[in-house]
Write a protein that binds this ligand. Structure first.
Ligand SMILES: Cc1cc2nc3c(=O)[nH]c(=O)nc-3n(C[C@H](O)[C@H](O)[C@H](O)COP(=O)(O)OP(=O)(O)OC[C@H]3O[C@@H](n4cnc5c(N)ncnc54)[C@H](O)[C@@H]3O)c2cc1C
Length: 375
């Protein structure tokens, strides 16, 4: 049996980024995906993902983001595709809320460009918003969005061009330590490799039943609304935004070419689901959870529902990523850079995973993402 340097299990955006980086470095790699890469049954679909630097989740993510921005630019140049669009970002909420206080802490600690706007100034600059006078906005010029499916496509194309092998519509059944490497059993036969990178998204706990982390898949909903007047939603007038209100934390994008405004609620219903039985039908209850914020704060977007779909977050209890070797199986590297905020990191995660697989370590600080934090 031919032995690969690395087998990558799962070709969502993280697996695709790792595959591409390993192939670019000249290693003999194979990626295995149970569907077709770019599919809409995992976590990496839905047209767009927000990218931003001042990170309310924790300031320690900022250096990774700064490297990721560099790599996004390289990825665009290498693929010849426009994958990110910088619109700026405005984050809106009460000054004491986790969104505003967290973003300001990260921005100040890392000297990131930002402006604080009072509520009236937010509504003057971005007239689609109706917000209470005690809300503020934090404007960051570096925010924007990445094209979701196009990024996966670009990574797979570049990986293939650099001689990576792709096995689509092939399910991995198990990953076992084997001699000095791993044996990956799939629906169409076995694969031997020195190292496995497992980036199986919400299916990680099924694939690695002894995973030392309490992961859960949550059902998320994205919705596209048709505003009566798209003019105030065009990217030159409206940046990407996050709005924390009594309705929860919602985020949205400028109007698409199709004339639709995509808006979603972060941690939609915080509902744990089986990724093989995710209830993909979007109900009126789902729609209302998103419409509530439109009615209160973005009435001009409260038009007909144009489309809606579901997606998964793979959540850790502390909402930080997992990027670590599997305890007891050092040739198995597990990557779950999700908890609902990983996409923007995909290029730097690809770099980190390739470093770990080939060099045994990485210069990036990934101490926050270890398994042993779960005791
Ligand atoms: C609604 C929504 C909005 C989001 N918004 C943002 C945002 O604005 N900004 C941001 O940065 N992040 C955002 N995220 C998070 C981001 O999209 C995820 O962190 C990222 O897509 C995770 O990618 P992944 O490759 O780890 O997982 P996935 O995309 O789920 O990929 C896992 C892959 O593994 C495959 N697989 C699983 N099991 C097997 C098996 N046994 N054999 C073979 N293949 C297998 C699956 O088919 C799948 O393709 C959002 C996520 C969602 C759902």
């Amino acid at each position: 049996m031919k032995q690969f340097d690395v087998v990558v299990v799962g070709l969502g955006v993280m697996g695709a980024a790792a595959l591409r980086e390993l192939a670019r470095r000249g290693f003999n790699v194979v990626g295995v995906e149970r569907f077709m890469p770019g599919h809409d049954r995992g976590s990496s679909h839905g047209e767009t993902r927000i990218i931003r630097l001042g990170y309310f989740e924790h300031p320690s993510y900022v250096p990774l983001l700064q490297r990721s921005y560099e790599l996004w630019r390289e990825l665009e140049a290498d693929s010849g595709r426009k994958l990110i669009r910088i619109t700026g970002i405005v984050e809106i909420g009460m000054p004491v809320g986790p969104l505003i206080s967290g973003t300001l802490a990260a921005a100040r600690q890392h000297n990131l460009a930002h402006d604080i706007l009072d509520g009236a100034e937010v509504m003057r600059r971005f007239p689609v918003f109706r917000i209470p006078s005690d809300y503020v906005g934090v404007w960051q010029p570096d925010g924007g969005f990445a094209a979701a499916e196009a990024t996966v496509e670009a990574l797979i194309e570049l990986a293939t061009a650099a001689k990576a092998k792709i096995r689509s519509n092939v399910s991995v059944l198990s990953i076992e330590p084997h001699g000095h490497g791993v044996l990956v059993r799939t629906s169409v036969g076995d694969i031997e490799a020195r190292t496995a990178i497992v980036a199986a998204g919400p299916w990680l706990p099924t694939l690695i039943p002894n995973l030392p982390a309490p992961l859960r898949a949550t059902r998320e909903v994205m919705a596209w609304f048709k505003p009566r007047d798209p003019a105030p939603f065009v990217p030159s007038r409206l940046p990407v935004f996050i709005l924390e209100s009594r309705h929860g934390m919602h985020y949205g994008f400028p109007v698409s070419r199709a004339g639709h405004v995509k808006i979603a609620k972060h941690h939609h219903r915080n509902e744990t689901v089986n990724p093989d039985d995710p209830r993909r039908l979007v109900s009126e209850v789902d729609e209302d959870l998103i419409r509530s914020v439109l009615k209160s704060h973005i009435p001009a977007a409260n038009g007909p529902l144009a489309a809606a779909t579901t997606c998964f977050y793979t959540m850790t209890p502390d909402h930080d990523f997992i990027i670590d070797r599997l305890p007891g199986a050092p040739n198995v590297i597990v990557a779950s850079p999700c908890s609902g905020h990983g996409f923007k990191f995909a290029p730097v995660v690809g770099e980190i995973l390739a470093d770990l697989a080939i060099d045994g370590g990485t210069g990036h600080d990934i101490s926050r993402f270890r398994f042993d934090r779960f005791g």
